[in-house]
Design a protein around this ligand. Structure first.
Ligand SMILES: [Zn+2]
Ligand SMILES: [Zn+2]
Ligand SMILES: [Zn+2]
Length: 265
């Protein structure tokens, strides 16, 4: 069985050569919380959790772009308390003030357009309409890079083009790179322009403590904070950290998929 190409590990499980410690991103020696690679789903290169993340990240792009476009409007204050938009009517290429939220939109779109082009090339199918993107001036080889969306709805159109290929994408060895690119661009945008989301009741994953469909997800309150998940039953009230939640959800998803697969055969 192959491992998830995102480099995921199983919490609490260790590779034979693990000495129980690892170094965190700042170089500190810390306790290893799990280093055994998480297996990819059958026939895929990503584990169930990463498949879910890829699907959710792509599905969330149109909404995120809409949110950023709103943030870029001169009449709307950014969360940091100032508008960074210049005079209305400033457009890309005019060398005028270009709201940084629009830079983020361009970034996200360019990442999606680049990967969509990659998918089309590898599958030998017609690329998404080039009219959806703005492009760099072609280089000597006639190659141009996407810069951003041609129109406000272009990213959504590109995502619609990409969606039917997601299943195939999860079976490609570069699926982890695509997920990392999209997740990074999304996280960067959300860190600066958080989306105020309401609490969300979880309908498909049970509380690991009391077994009820009683979990509620509270999105990060501020940039950099993490999602909290708690059981809404007063008798239980269990609170799950981000890692516990991801673990619980991945396990529930895997179990649901196994059940579906069993029922289908
Ligand atoms: Zn370990
Ligand atoms: Zn993974
Ligand atoms: Zn509970």
């Amino acid at each position: 069985m192959s491992s998830c190409v995102s480099g995921c590990t199983i919490r609490g499980m260790h590779a034979p050569d693990c000495d129980g410690t690892t170094t965190d991103p700042s170089g500190q020696l810390v306790e290893c919380r799990g280093c055994l690679p998480r297996p990819a789903e059958d026939g895929r290169c990503l584990c169930p959790w990463c498949v879910g993340r890829l699907t959710a990240t792509v599905a969330g792009l149109p909404g995120l772009v809409d949110h950023l476009l709103l943030m870029a409007e001169p009449s709307v204050s950014s969360p940091s308390g100032h508008t960074d938009a210049g005079s209305s009517g400033s457009r890309p290429g005019e060398g005028m003030l270009y709201p940084s939220a629009l830079v983020a939109v361009d970034d996200l779109h360019a990442v999606v357009a680049t990967w969509a082009g990659e998918v089309a090339a590898e599958r030998g199918i017609v690329s998404p309409p080039s009219g959806l993107s703005r492009w760099t001036v072609p280089d000597a080889d006639g190659e141009a890079e996407p810069i951003g969306p041609a129109e406000p709805g272009s990213t959504a159109a590109l995502v619609e083009w990409l969606a039917p290929h997601l299943e195939w994408i999860t079976a490609q060895p570069w699926a982890g790179d695509m997920l990392a690119d999209l997740a990074t661009a999304t996280a960067r945008a959300l860190a600066r322009w958080p989306m105020a989301e309401p609490d969300r009741r979880v309908t498909d994953v049970r509380c690991p403590h009391c077994g009820c469909l009683s979990l509620v997800v509270s999105p990060p309150a501020t940039a950099g904070a993490s999602t909290t998940v708690r059981c809404s039953l007063p008798a239980c009230g269990r609170v799950l950290g981000e890692e516990d939640w991801q673990h619980t959800r991945a396990t529930a998803l895997a179990r649901a998929q196994a059940t579906t697969a069993g029922a289908a055969s």
